[in-house]
Design a protein around this ligand. Sequence first.
Ligand code: KG4
Ligand code: ZN
Length: 408
Amino acid sequence: MPESPHSGSMNGSKTGQASGLILGIESSCDETAAAVVRAGTEALSNVVASQMSLHANYGGVVPELASREHLRNIVPVVREAMAHANVTFADLDAVAVTEGPGLAGALLVGITYAKALTLGLDKPLISVNHLEGHIHAVLMETRESSESPLPTPLLALVVSGGHTHLYLANHQQGSETWTYRNVGRTVDDAAGEAYDKVAKLLGLGYPGGPWIDALAPHGNPRAVPFTFAEIKHRAPRPGITNKKALANTEGPHFDFSFSGIKTAVLRYVETHNMRDSIESRRAALAADPTLTPKSEAVTRLCDQQTLDLIASFQYAVVGNLQRQTFAAAEALDARSIVVSGGVAANRELRRRLQAEADRRNLPIAFPSLALSTDNAAMIAAAAWPKLLAQNFASDDLGATPQLRLGQQ
Ligand code: KG4
Ligand code: ZN
């Protein structure tokens, strides 16, 4: 490996922060990722080994297969991230790893590897919440492009295959440390999960988001009027007695539900005799693995009724995400909005949220496409304020599959 310009006495200590070089490791779901980020701002490398094609055969992530693939990929992926960044392990100031939420076995691969690495190197280990990572993907890119920082409190919509969460995020006065309050979440399926399930139902590929994103512009979004029921916020969870926590859980909540629309699409398919066309599309896609969501041939595999259904589904989902996000921003006096997670790659979502934010004169930021879906640069970026605060993980760090972010 080439000599690094950063080696020498500046680094190598357990708490050294001279150059702020953090190796991030992410293995919470179906991507094995590693990245080196300097001072939470500059991604020197960002390597992602996707298992998508492996899980596509099953139409969803198979946890046992995911763990096995992470085991196979973790060493080469980290090695590649270090080589691309042109740094050595000795140059690092810390190693950051996703603690949760995610699949237990998958998380454990990254955590165990990161622990072994930091033990061997005598460097600090930093644990990061995957959802905080998604938020920091956007904050990092804003800093990198030298845009003025997003005014706080900011409202973050984290919308992916596993999550649809709204957080009110704030800076602690005079420090880099961020605090979060969960002000909305899905009560059943995540938005990305609804995309994946509807795509599967319609005989399209996995993950479903990119297929629906590509096909929706060819249909009429008002052909099928899907509606969303209002979600009543649950009572505070048992065991919360602390007055402050109670006050927060009782604050306004902006929850989501996406299982209803998935069932409505299924009902539509059944009542409109679409089964045969779905099966022939499924067979045609299976027969030609070179077809991608953007292939023109894929649009021809869909009749107008299917294209209208796809456009209407997306129109309804994006409308729901938009309504809840802006209602929350208004009620909570958010001064800017961040949208992140795999579904943030969706073009209609970006276009409509950007237009609404412009109308309200509210700054809004989305990650680049590469940083929308799971990656490790976001984990290293989220670890930077923790390195500054010397907020390190203990030696007994384990995987927390249901890890929550901030106050609930
Ligand atoms: O953040 P991510 O990579 O992994 C999770 O943490 O879940 O998000 C993956 C999800 C999948 O459900 C996928 O269908 C969705 O993001 N997705 C999209 C698009 N690209 C990915 N959904 C809608 N439109 C897209 N362009
Ligand atoms: Zn994610």
